[in-house]
Design a protein around this ligand. Structure first.
Ligand code: SF4
Ligand code: SF4
Ligand code: SF4
Length: 239
């Protein structure tokens, strides 16, 4: 299982958006037409052509104004509910070498709504023809010994990538350091995902899908149960 992982230290993120731009550049994705919504978060959300989005949130914590940044992307779950729901390795599969969870052009042939609803982090987005898209871990780069484009471009050290064992050690060490000045600091779902965030405040202040609403384990069990019950549900519907 080890494969690869990311460590995203939001305490070092300056919201320069270099990662967001590098992701578009590497994948040759177009810019999106946007309007001024009174925030630097732009575009408003992830989309079929935006796999990485730096989320901005202004909030007051303990009487002090805080500006929280969250570079959002697919977490490459260890037991991915999207893959389990699709039940079609031609549409969604994992690269056994890296652990990257990958969507293909055949994703338009599966129940995409079910897959979207299964994702605990609200990541997959659809094109007009129904094809699903999201961050692919820059698997082509990683397979050729390169860093993901977003990691390579990050100027502050907020984004890190490497062998999972080393990344877990890095994340835990950094957490111990950050906790000395930010007691609320924590790692988000480190045992369930390959993209591990460090936050210094309540994760919900960064993004409503910063952590899974249930643990990935619970979600996987729910998906497995739905699969078991599906023939019964269809039979009942047919009666
Ligand atoms: Fe933050 Fe690094 Fe992305 Fe800039 S490139 S927004 S510092 S994670
Ligand atoms: Fe984009 Fe690649 Fe980073 Fe994923 S790993 S967010 S695809 S640049
Ligand atoms: Fe799939 Fe969502 Fe997990 Fe990404 S974050 S691997 S899309 S379930």
């Amino acid at each position: 299982m080890p494969g690869k992982s990311f460590f995203i230290d939001t305490s070092l993120c300056t919201a320069c958006k270099g990662c967001q731009v590098a992701c578009k550049q590497w994948h040759d994705l177009p810019a999106e037409k946007t309007v001024n919504r009174g925030t630097y978060q732009n575009p408003a959300d992830l989309s079929f052509v935006t796999y990485k989005l730096v989320r901005f949130n202004e909030t007051v914590v303990d009487g002090k104004l805080k500006w929280l940044f969250f570079p959002d992307q697919c977490r490459h779950c260890l037991e991915p509910p999207c893959e389990m729901t699709a039940e079609d390795p031609g549409a969604i599969f994992r690269d056994p070498a890296t652990g990257a969870v990958l969507f293909t052009a055949y994703s338009k042939d599966i129940d995409t709504q079910e897959v979207i609803e299964a994702c605990p982090y609200n990541i997959p987005r659809t094109a007009r023809d129904g094809t699903l898209a999201k961050c692919d871990m820059c698997n082509d780069r990683v397979r050729n010994g390169l860093l993901p484009a977003c990691v390579k471009t990050c100027p502050t050290g907020a984004m890190n990538f490497g062998d999972r064992d080393e990344i877990l050690v890095m994340a835990k060490n950094r957490l111990a350091t950050v906790k000395k000045t930010c007691p609320k600091a924590k790692l988000l779902d480190p045992d369930d995902v390959r993209v591990i965030y460090l936050v210094t405040e309540d994760p919900m202040l960064y993004h409503s899908f910063a952590v899974a609403s249930n643990s990935a384990f619970d979600i996987s069990r729910k998906v497995a149960l739905n699969k078991l019950l599906r023939p019964l549900t269809r039979l009942t519907a047919g009666l």
